[in-house]
Design a protein around this ligand. Sequence first.
Ligand code: ZN
Length: 507
Amino acid sequence: MIYEPVIGLEIHIQLKTKTKMFCSCSANESATSPNTNICPICLGHPGVLPVTNEQAVRFGILLGIALNCKIANNSKFDRKNYFYPDLPKSYQISQFDLPIAEHGYMDIEIPDGIRKTARIGITRAHLEEDAAKSLHGTDGKSYVDFNRGGTPLIEVVTEPDFKTPKEAKIFLQELRLIARYLGISNADMEKGQLRCDANISLRPLDENGNIIGKTLNPKTEVKNINSFKHVERALEHEIQRQTKLWKQDNPPAISTTRGWNDEKQQTVDQRSKEDAADYKYFPEPDIPALSLTEIAEEMKQQLPELPAKRRLRFTEEYSLRMMDSKQICSDPALADFTEHVFSELHAWMNSLDDMADADDEMVESEKKKLGKIVSGWLLSKLGGLLSERSIDVRTMKINPENFAEFITLIATKKLNNATGLKVLNKMLDDGSDPSHVMEDEQLGQMDDEGAIAEIITKIIEMNPKEVTRYKEGDEQLIKFFIGQVMKETQGTADPALAKNILKVKLN
Ligand SMILES: [Zn+2]
């Protein structure tokens, strides 16, 4: 018997507003000491009046639009009643029957998946306030920090459309990226800015792939998973655990809640799940209903280009390989930088004399070459240097104009890999422009044939054994000789030119 996993996600994203959802306290909980970003409203004192944060509503709508949702014309807030020490009002202001966004979808690509693409339905997205934070001290006491209490969240609920843990992980990563592109959240899972609950049940299939029994069986909800890796592992563990139960003819009879224990690499039972009736939702009487038609129209105009579209455009416009484009577009700041670099480079290319009468095919092939140079230097070389220095493209001293100039020096062979790396390091040190560095450090590529030939003659005299071995057929030794030339010229010789001269002289 085959058991097909049915997986759905509920994701909370912390919105990057200045103030909290319903009061004017700062929403930046991490910057201050505990219980300092608080006021009577977010502490739930009697008689206070919450006021809706318009920016949070706009951010929520923007995400709804990006997820292809229908934005509600009329929406409202409701009280979700439950008691918990980190919830001073004993209810959370959330949205029940009229969420700001519903009926959307996101398309994902699944490399090496059982299906290559999938459309994941978005059931709804609604706004709510976050609870405070409980801290359990080593002294056996528990503490509550109310700084986070009342900060704005958007909760995204998907349809149970995922078939594998990997699909769920890919979706989450794409959602994080969309939130970053929209500028509504940093969506950093480690910092709790993006939190995930995963629902999973199994259903038996017959040999033709038809479902046996009910479409949806009692599910397990794995709560508060705080990394992409854990989401995947928790779901994989649940598939194993539930498959065992099905095989023992003892499938889960009721829906339950579990947590992920990373040390033990397994999910563990928690309290049983309340359903909506247990929360006794009712409309929040202190907050006027929201009329969203106009704001939704406005936000549609402000929707930036989303990651999927940008990745594709980068392959078409800049002739980048998809894998490079994906890596570049996984960071909006790096993508912006790259875009700027290419616009400089294309202006430079158009100014070249020999491009003036080039045909389309030639221009395309030149663009491809340039694309490879840029992605190579940007992702592996510059990327490596940045991580060595623990900085990123936002904080580095190299601007796009200088990086584009640097690429032209590589493309025109005025710099080679070795001298290029030296120049790049210097540019990172003080933001200087590459041709100045090249002049100051005398790193220009040596293309004086006579001078290189002279050095080669010397090297041949000094390494008679290697010369003999080369002549006897060990052609790999050419690399040794090129290495010697590069050493002798402090990396400035044109390696291709050196190789040609060596071949002539060694014969
Ligand atoms: Zn407050």
